[in-house]
Design a protein around this ligand. Structure first.
Ligand code: SAM
Length: 209
């Protein structure tokens, strides 16, 4: 990924940990540290909170998150942070009083008006997952591990622009390809299992034809 990524390009690595022999694998951490060691900048870390993954465990808290490691080659060339966190100060007359000393030595107090209704979102992104939530494309559910389309949309809107190339080397049901296409990005899809490749190709017929 590092080799084929253009300078300023970004990888969004979505990963959770398995529990094996009664303990968490921490594969996510190991991968993140490795990415940093080989030259990636770990530009951001986002928690992808979901409705749930797997059945609850009777001796362990119910896991409802994965990581999204945002890795860049140098600084990202595109950063469009999503602004959808309701701003509780929106519309208020006074917020943050700024005191300024004028040239004649007097002090003036200026009130800052907060115009935006929404602020930049936090680094916990919540999506519903499971059947009917990740996508409305029924065909996609032939794949066992689909990502929510909205997650891909948010990632692409944050760190890419129309015309950019988006590559998913673990293409699965084709979620990234579909969303990239609908957002006017070019896409490259790679998948090792023939059945999933066929499924994604069939799914994409509804969009890219
Ligand atoms: C978690 S799924 C990705 C699902 C996809 N994001 C979606 O929304 O449908 C991971 C996919 O990567 C594929 N895969 C795993 N190792 C691979 C490899 N070395 N080369 C290509 N595909 C691989 C798996 O067959 C699986 O379909």
């Amino acid at each position: 990924m590092y080799r084929v990524l253009k300078p300023g390009g970004v990888v969004a690595w979505v990963v959770g940990d398995a529990t094996v022999n009664g303990e968490k694998t921490l594969t996510s951490y190991k991968q993140a540290i490795y990415f940093q060691e080989i030259g990636f900048k770990v530009y951001d870390v986002i928690i992808y909170e979901k409705t749930g993954s797997g059945p609850p465990h009777k001796n362990r808290y119910f896991n409802v998150f994965e990581y999204i490691f945002v890795l860049s080659k140098g600084n990202p060339k595109t950063i469009n942070l999503l602004k959808d966190k309701p701003n509780k100060w929106a519309g208020q007359e006074t917020y943050g009083v700024v005191t300024r000393r004028e040239a004649d030595g007097t002090l003036t107090k200026k009130t800052k008006k907060v115009i935006n209704k929404f602020g930049i979102r936090t680094n916990i992104w919540k999506y519903k997952n499971g059947r009917g939530q990740t996508t409305r494309d029924l065909i996609a559910h032939g794949h066992p591990a689909i990502m929510p389309e909205k997650l891909v949309e948010d990632v692409l809107n944050s760190w890419t622009q129309p015309g950019d190339v988006v590559l998913d080397p673990f293409g699965g049901s084709g979620t990234t390809a579909k969303v990239a296409f609908l957002l006017d990005r070019k896409y490259i899809y790679i998948e090792q299992v023939q059945e999933y490749y066929n499924l994604a190709k069939e799914r994409m017929k509804n969009y890219d034809e």
